[in-house]
Design a protein around this ligand. Structure first.
Ligand code: IPM
Ligand code: MG
Length: 360
């Protein structure tokens, strides 16, 4: 089989981590009998440099025409990069938000899993880590504060900024269904996270999630306030299976969950629409401070590529092989700087990609 993959290397460490993911994918293709045809697309700062805007209609069309999109990361250093002198709607991040919306990628899956071998890199105490943990953050990705009306005005000489948080019940229902579907394939537990003690949008969220739960009597549902969830993630992360939450809360909690797994360099993600189509990217940013130095951790991108094989292309065996290769490389003691611990062998981005590809 041959598949068309839209490749968006992006900015910062994006190009180098995507290169390693492609290396690993091609190895899996050789072994499992499929080929991937890549079309490189510009987005974020890389697109601004060429086209003056972070996402062109051509890029959107090419992404839509592909079987799946694999992305690195976008954005630069906001203090020094000229991209941030542009108005907010023309900055790199606006391209990412636009492609999520244009492709209707409302379901963002961010698995946070503690590898046995990375216990050393986990900042939590041994008694909290226990046998490790394995959770899936289901983040709503095309609604809420990210896409509400926003403006900055001046009233009587006082500057005022307004962001609006809106959700309708259909947006909540479709992500909730996805969350329960995923939970069914896991440990059958959904923790829905909101701020229902303050926000109307959260009260509706809670009500709709309750309605959806009626169709999933085999899945246990509980609700948690977001501030408590932030605390519980470091107090007892083992309690979580699927965390279902809205866009902004999911953004914040997924960074926290990633650190609990040792490094944000390990956290993959899939953003899906109603069909099998998806965009796959590491949950971390573009780390412009270490770009081009061959020290970035490519594992989150490689694991995102594995998710792409699993969710969009139905190549489960090949996806398993990549995930096992990552486990094996950690078992063999190889680490990039961000997950380094005593007695391990420190390797760069390229070498990590080679070592994983060898083990596929
Ligand atoms: C993420 C990122 C993005 C987000 C930024 C780059 C706009 O932090 O994917 O988590 O906030 O969604
Ligand atoms: Mg984020």
């Amino acid at each position: 089989m041959n598949y068309k993959i839209a490749l968006i290397p992006g900015d910062g460490i994006g190009p180098e981590i995507v290169k390693e993911a492609v290396k690993v994918l091609d190895k899996a293709g050789e072994k499992y009998g499929f080929t991937l045809e890549y079309e490189k697309l510009l987005m974020g700062g890389a697109s601004i440099d060429v086209h003056g805007i972070p996402l062109t209609d051509e890029t959107i069309a090419a992404a839509k025409a592909s079987d799946a999109v694999l992305m690195g990361s976008i954005g630069g250093d906001a203090r020094t990069s000229p991209w941030y002198k542009l108005e907010p709607s023309k900055r790199p991040e606006a391209g990412l938000l636009k492609i999520r919306k244009e492709l209707n990628l409302f379901a963002n899956l961010r698995p946070a899993y503690l590898y046995e071998e990375l216990k050393e890199a986990c900042p939590l105490r041994d008694d909290i880590i226990g046998d490790g943990f394995d959770m899936m953050i289901m983040r709503e990705l095309t609604g809420g504060l990210y896409f509400g009306e926003r403006k900055t005005v001046e009233e009587n000489g006082i500057r005022k900024a307004i962001d609006t948080l809106t959700y309708d019940e259909n947006e909540i229902r479709r992500i909730a269904k996805r969350g329960f579907d995923i939970a069914r394939k896991r440990r059958k537990k959904v923790t829905s996270v909101d701020k229902a003690n303050v926000l109307d949008s959260s009260r509706l969220w809670r009500a709709v999630v309750e309605e959806v739960a009626k169709d999933y009597p085999d899945v246990e549902l509980s609700h948690m306030l977001v501030d408590n969830c932030a605390m519980q993630l470091v107090r007892d992360p083992k309690q979580f299976d699927v965390i279902l939450t809205e866009n902004m809360f999911g953004d914040i909690l997924s960074d926290e969950a990633s650190m609990v797994t040792g490094s944000i360099g390990m956290l993959s993600s899939a953003s899906l629409n109603e069909t099998k189509f998806g965009l796959y990217e590491p949950s971390h940013g573009s780390a412009p401070d270490i770009a081009g130095m061959d020290i970035a951790n490519p594992i989150a991108t490689i694991l995102s590529a594995a998710m792409m094989l699993r969710f969009s292309l139905d190549l489960d065996e090949a996806a398993d092989a990549i995930e096992n290769a990552v486990k094996q490389v950690l078992k063999d003691g190889y680490r990039t700087g961000d997950i380094m611990s005593e007695g391990c062998k420190k390797v760069g981005c390229r070498e990590m990609g080679d070592l994983i590809a060898q083990r596929v």
